[in-house]
Design a protein around this ligand. Sequence first.
Ligand SMILES: Cc1ncc(COP(=O)(O)O)c(C=O)c1O
Length: 468
Amino acid sequence: MPKRDYTAVMEKLSEAYAKHSPRSAALNREAGKFMVDGGSHAVRLMEPFPPRIATARGGWMTDEDGHQILDFWQGHWANILGHNPAVITSALSQAFAEGFGLQTGFTDRLQIETAEILCRQTSHEQVRFTTSGSLATMYAIMLARAFTGRELVLKVGGGWHGAQLWGLKGVHFGAAGFEGLDSAGIPQSATDEVLITRYNDPDFLRDQFRHHGDGIACFILEPCMGAGGGMPATKAYLQAARELTHQHGSILIFDEIICGFRYRAGDVGSLVGVRPDLATFAKVIGGGMPIAAVAGRADILGIAGHAGGSRVGFSGGTFSAHPACMLAAKVMMSHLVEHEAEIYPKLADLGDKARRMVEKSFAEEGIYAQSSGYGNDALPPSSLVRVHFPYSAGHPITRPEDALNPAVCDVELSDKVLRVAMLLENVNVMFGLGSISAAHTEADLALVAEAIHRTARRLKPAFAASRS
Ligand SMILES: Cc1ncc(COP(=O)(O)O)c(C=O)c1O
């Protein structure tokens, strides 16, 4: 199947978008003078330029041009209640008014309360907080390497665990599949220490443990892939991961930075009945504030503490356990626990409705789309909806090797073209659609369906040319 050529379509879309958003265009020119590429996070800096957002509430946001935009990016999938939920903003405003929130650098009662909720809801023994998911996965890997005295880190091809030395290999699909490095500037030793495995392939995993098992310090994976394509792990795969790490004395790390508190008010390991040795959390638990955590076995975390000789330098940072973040996290997790029975079934239902709506709307325009995030034997339906455009129908996308491979799926359409095309409809999508929050409604999904129909018609020239 020939690759579709979007050059002409992108030119037209970019021209229309520049007219649609002149104020954002001007602000982006200004931004480019002071920041690399005009921003500080590559995913936000779309072509031809991102909308500059002024305010946001619930499922919607307003840009500097005054458009009301229906948003499915939702804070890098962190905002499970939508933007600026009143339950968090009112707690923070009240705290600031009472002189609490920016007095960093101390220990306080709130840290205990927040840690207690996280440990209780995830059934982990202990936790240590940090400020970003990248730091959390880095510390978890350092703990595993020090605890086992081994060097090898096994990760899934297509898995994103943040910008840290053991995470920047095997993220993007390239000429050598997932064997490439994702950044310059990494020590060669770190890259040699990272082995790449295949998601949802227990046989391949067994092979790797047979060959390298005695050198593997840890296996880090997401129970549901985020950046790698949005598909859940199968129960058999998670069980194999547990059995093999156990047999070979390796540490099993679940990166729950996306899926923690996304499927239930707690971890997903408990849903599947597979207990990792360590787990990382961030995004949802922070209520929109920067917080992350490494949770797990006390004997492993303990090697960062006095009793363990402070062997691992997980000693914290200036803003670790920041009081305003701890407050937001405590309030958010408590809210999710209290409203678990109403929030999560609604999210799963809207997620499935969104998946089917996207597939149907594109199909009605003659475009084959496949959504990921449907439930399987391990996980219930997800509220994260990723959309793939496989070149051939009937082949379920269950692995990053397919989802991110431009020869199998039209990734230019899902990751680039659709973004600008849907912004012309005042809908902000990421990787096809994105994150359904508790603030979204069925009426919002109906708006998206209409937007997809109009968008698909704008894309038709690229499809027609690829057929001729
Ligand atoms: C699964 C996963 N792990 C780790 C990270 C890194 O977290 P952060 O962006 O907070 O550094 C991310 C971020 O998107 C993620 O999705």
